[in-house]
Design a protein around this ligand. Structure first.
Ligand SMILES: C[S@@+](CC[C@H](N)C(=O)[O-])C[C@H]1O[C@@H](n2cnc3c(N)ncnc32)[C@H](O)[C@@H]1O
Length: 287
């Protein structure tokens, strides 16, 4: 029978070629908590404990999946975002910490008391729309995505997290084929923005396990979604409405220029916690 110490050694041995020591420690801690109900501070005190066969099997299966590059969020079937756990799978992007900062930016700007109408374009797991709705209870949230599979996960998340969000499956690149009889106070999007060139440097657990359609754009037109969504905003954003984007840090200035050309009088590039130009806020649209 195996002890927790043996298991920890197996994690170190088998994952050292893909992850650094700190990452391995965190992965082991997450799995111990989820499958063995051992919190991280107790791990050093319980290393001598024997692990029961069924639990050992689950831990070893998780280890095997990690060696194949499967993201820990897919193994656990959930990812933390803005203080909640979101169900994720191969059809949804794993919510990233940078995107929490985008939610924060919006919540700092808008009062919780005034009912607003907001739309999240490319909702994926629903993390942005659901987090906003949880904090802007009086507001109406609409979330759209091209992927019916992602919408199904997002709906599930909205239900289990108790957020009333309206989901629509549609291709935003063809937004003008739909009749929109509503105007929005806030349009937010974290669209696909990684170029094929950047893809070459990415880790295999992103490339093999996250949906291409959520991440990548063609090198020839890296701002395609920003271009189309700002045209959508020209039609559907209220006079005093605000457009928020998560952006490719290497293309933030180009995105700003695009938005100024579209008629926004104010365009602000905002840095994330790592000082990367990660968010854009645009307002005062002159048509
Ligand atoms: C970068 S992911 C963002 C997911 C989620 N909002 C988040 O921040 O974690 C982009 C999302 O846009 C969706 N998407 C891609 N092309 C689209 C299109 N043409 N119309 C609508 N949604 C699209 C993808 O399915 C994906 O869920």
């Amino acid at each position: 029978m195996e002890t927790l110490a043996n298991l920890r050694s197996a994690f170190k041995d088998q994952l050292s070629s893909s992850y650094d020591e700190e990452e391995i420690r965190q992965l082991f801690q997450l799995l111990c908590l989820e499958y063995l109900q051992i919190p991280k501070i107790q791990i050093p005190l319980r290393l001598h404990e024997h692990i029961l066969e069924p639990q050992l099997k689950i831990m070893l299966e998780a280890l095997q999946e990690l060696t194949q590059g499967k993201p820990i969020q897919h193994i656990l079937g959930k990812a933390p975002f803005y203080g909640m756990d979101f169900r994720v799978n191969e059809h949804t992007l794993i919510p990233r910490p940078e995107t929490e900062e985008l939610v924060d930016l919006i919540l700092k700007q808008h009062s919780t008391k005034i009912p607003l109408k907001l739309i999240d374009i490319g909702t994926g797991s629903g993390c942005i729309a659901i987090s906003l709705k949880k904090h802007l209870a009086h507001s109406q949230l609409i979330a759209v995505d091209i992927s019916a599979d992602a919408i199904a996960v997002a709906k599930d998340n909205a239900k289990s997290l108790g957020a009333d969000v309206e989901f629509r499956c549609l291709d935003i690149l063809e937004w003008d084929l739909t009749l929109w009889n509503e105007q929005f106070d806030v349009i937010v999007s974290n669209p696909p923005y990684i170029t094929q060139q950047e893809k070459l440097n990415m880790h295999r657990n992103v490339l093999d396990f996250e949906p291409d359609s959520a991440l990548f754009v063609e090198d020839e037109h890296p701002l395609l979604f920003y271009d189309v969504i700002s045209s959508f905003a020209q039609q559907q954003l209220k006079r005093n409405g605000i457009l928020y984007f998560e952006v490719n840090q290497y293309l933030a200035e180009e995105t700003k220029v695009l938005l100024l050309k579209k008629g926004f009088q104010h365009v602000e590039v905002i840095q994330d916690i790592n000082h990367a130009a990660r968010m854009i806020k645009a307002w005062d649209l002159m048509l």
